[in-house]
Design a protein around this ligand. Sequence first.
Ligand code: MN
Length: 239
Amino acid sequence: MTLAKYKEKRNFKVTPEPSGDGSAEKAAHEQRLYVIQKHRATQLHYDFRLEFEGVLLSWAVPKGPSLDPSVKRLAMQVEDHPVDYGGFEGVIPEGEYGGGTVMVWDTGTWTPEAQSADIAAALKKGDLKFVLHGKKLHGSWVLVRTHGYGSSSGKSWLLIKHRDEFASTEDIAATEPKSAVSKRLLADIARDGGGDVEKAATGDPQPKAAKAETRKSMSKKPSTKSPAAKAKTTRRAKQ
Ligand code: MN
């Protein structure tokens, strides 16, 4: 585990991202950090990170996590990141590596499942089973390495939800679009950080859909009738 690749790709005089030289990543963590950062760079993606041996193992998940066990989400392993990075929410200047807006979409801790108790061995094998204790994601998950081709060889994994009480068909990327730490949307983070608000907004729920939602809910006028009157109406309707 090394941060050499992470440092090589970035100019810390320009980007506000952590340099990885701090002491935080060297401190002993009783609990391993888990974080997903929603990143509107060239392409929108979700960076899935698990703390292990003083760094954050990292995968870029283009579509984000799915709570549906029948859905396999591609997860491309990328360079290890400093543990400090897990708290980074803000704007990476355009033209820099990963230029765009970053949101802490979910955060918490993770624990390996019994079959993956030897984490290093599980990673080597390409089958890491773990439990997430996040604000949005919970329960049992697996990362399985697949056969990648060319440059993606060995880097291509699938992120899959296991069947448990937290499995669902809810599209959580759509229903929970805000930051887990600041409740901001990507556009808000871009605005606050002097970034490209329009570009960031393309990663947020689209206003057209939001307007349609509002119209739909507005058309349902709140009833002014008392519960008793309502019951009467229901009875009458049944007759
Ligand atoms: Mn990224």
